[in-house]
Design a protein around this ligand. Sequence first.
Ligand code: 13P
Length: 255
Amino acid sequence: MRKGLVAANWKMNGLSQGNDALLGAILSGLKDPSGLEGGQAEVLICPPAVYLQQVRDKLEGSRIRLGGQNVHSAISGAFTGEISAGMLSDTGCSHVIIGHSERREIFGESDQFIAEKFSAAQAANLIPVLCVGETQAQREAGSTAETVLGQLNMVLGHVGIEAFEQAVVAYEPVWAIGTGLTASPEQAQEVHALIRKTISELDEGVAEQIRIIYGGSVKGTNAATLFAQPDIDGALVGGASLVAEEFIRICASFE
Ligand code: 13P
C-alpha cells in the first residue's frame, strides 16, 4: 500500500518569527495524541528558500521532511538569483516542487525546462514533486486529459519511466488553486486514475507505487473525502498549510 504524503507549499509567505510559531504548533499537533508524525502520512514542508535552514533546524529530530519550492536545471554557474539542486540537497531537502502552475504561468517555464529540472533534482538525490494541471479554459474546452497528459509525457519522454520510481506527481487544477474552488473528489479521482493508467502503460510496478497527490484549495474540511479516493495519495497544500490547525487536520485525515 502507498503511504500518504501531505506536503505544505508555503509559497512566498511567512517571516522567521511566524515560521517558528507555525512549526512549533505543527510539531506539537502532529505528535500528540496519535503519533501522526510517523503515522499514515509522510509530511513535507516546503518553505521559501531563505528559510530552509530555519525550518530544517526547527524540524530536527522529527520525521517531517524538508523540500524546496523551485530549482534550476544547471549544476552551478551564472544564474543570478537561482538555486541548484545540489544546494537544496546540501541544505537538508529531500524533495523539490517542480513545474508548479505559478512557475509555468508567471515565470514562463516551459515543459522542456521543467523536464530538465526534474533530471537535475534526481541527479542531486532529490525527489521531484512534479505538478501538472489544466486551466479553467482548458477544462471548459474539454482538454483536461490532453493538457495533463501532455505535461506528464513531456517529462516522461525526457527522463524515462524509470525516473518515476523516485518521484511524486501532483495534480493541481489551476482553477482550484487559491480560489476556494476544490475539484470534487470524483473530478480529481478521474484525473489521478488517468495519470496512473498512463504510467502503468509504461511500467505497472511504478504506477502501483508512485504517489499522486492532489492540490487546489485542500482544507481540513475536504481532505478526508479526497483521500478516500483510490488514486489520491495525499495533498499539496497552499493556503491551509499556513494555519497549523488546518494543516494538522489535513494530516490527520489519513487516520
Ligand atoms: P491552495 O491550497 O492555496 O489552493 O494552493 C494549492 C497549491 O498551489 C499548492 O501547491
